[in-house]
Design a protein around this ligand. Structure first.
Ligand code: ISJ
Length: 278
């Protein structure tokens, strides 16, 4: 029997945990399918950002932003203002979306769909590690895949690409909450004692699947090679395809191995530590 298609990310929050409610069950396979689909968004957003040079002035605070009354960097200004607009239209009503500058965001101006039974424990809303994502993206990842250079005419487009990368990475990493909830529901008798003992190491060991992680690293590198290769009508051999990539496929493996998966697991641990809170 064909497996049911994985729910689009936004729908998974509307699924309950009981067939009696006429809602679809969520299981680890469906959650993992959503993570796989999110790989595409991350790969394509990095390919788009790689079109522009490093444009390091974008990320310098105070004087370089030259925004009257704003003393942060230009990228901070653009992200903050974008998140204010997105908050007004209800983006952060979704448990899958997390702002990078949550303080002082306005309430939605438009009516949001009625809240369906929450799939996640209420403590989920207290977990936001975007400051960590911001830091590794700007300080460690960007220099690895952008060419040195400064093109003042492309600052706005560059910042929009950065925001797309940041949002895709944030969504993927915080999806760890859904992974953790499914794992807990699948084996409360295993996770319960480690949660009650607040044992981070035990929880990390329970939720880690190294075979899956190895597959993820290989798959994202392959996606980078396929999605970013130059396409022409002449037949190219495999080596040429590898050389003509807009982004180094091995960078995606490194991104997932060093940052995305460890941070997704950190989110899972933080969520599970709070899972039995009243
Ligand atoms: C997301 C999961 O939890 C962990 C994190 C993974 C990831 O971030 O890709 C993969 C396997 C697990 O070690 C999972 O089990 O699918």
């Amino acid at each position: 029997m064909a497996s049911s298609p994985s729910p689009p990310c936004a729908e998974i929050t509307r699924y309950g945990n009981s067939k009696e409610e006429g809602l679809l069950m969520i299981d680890l396979e469906r959650v993992r399918k959503s993570l796989i689909r999110q790989e595409d968004s991350i790969v394509f957003s990095l390919i788009e950002r790689a079109k522009f040079p490093s444009n390091s002035s974008l990320y310098k605070s105070s004087s370089s932003s030259q925004i009257p009354g704003f003393d942060g960097s230009l990228i901070q200004y653009i992200v903050k203002e974008t998140e204010i607009l997105h908050s007004k239209i209800g983006r952060y009503e979704s448990p899958e979306e997390h702002p990078f500058f949550p303080d002082g965001l306005p309430l939605p101006l438009i009516p949001c769909p009625p809240k369906s039974p929450e799939f996640l424990h209420g403590a989920a809303s207290s977990i936001n590690i975007n400051s960590t994502i911001w830091k590794f993206y700007l300080e460690e990842l960007l220099p690895l895949f952008t060419k040195q250079g400064d093109d003042t005419g492309s600052y706005a487009c560059t910042a929009v690409c950065d925001l797309s990368c940041l949002q895709a990475l944030s969504r993927r990493i915080h999806y760890g909450k859904f992974v953790a909830e499914v794992k807990f529901r699948d084996a409360p008798e295993e996770y319960g004692p480690a949660i009650r003992a607040q044992d981070r190491d035990a929880l990390m060991k329970l939720l880690t699947f190294e075979d899956i992680e190895e597959m993820v690293k290989k798959r994202v590198a392959k996606k980078a090679m396929i999605f970013s290769q130059e396409v022409n009508l002449k037949e190219k051999d495999a080596d040429d395809k590898q050389q003509n990539c807009k982004i180094d496929p091995s960078l995606l493996s490194r991104l997932y191995g060093e940052w995305v998966m460890p941070l997704t697991k950190l989110v899972q641990v933080e969520y599970l530590l709070r899972r039995l809170d009243k």
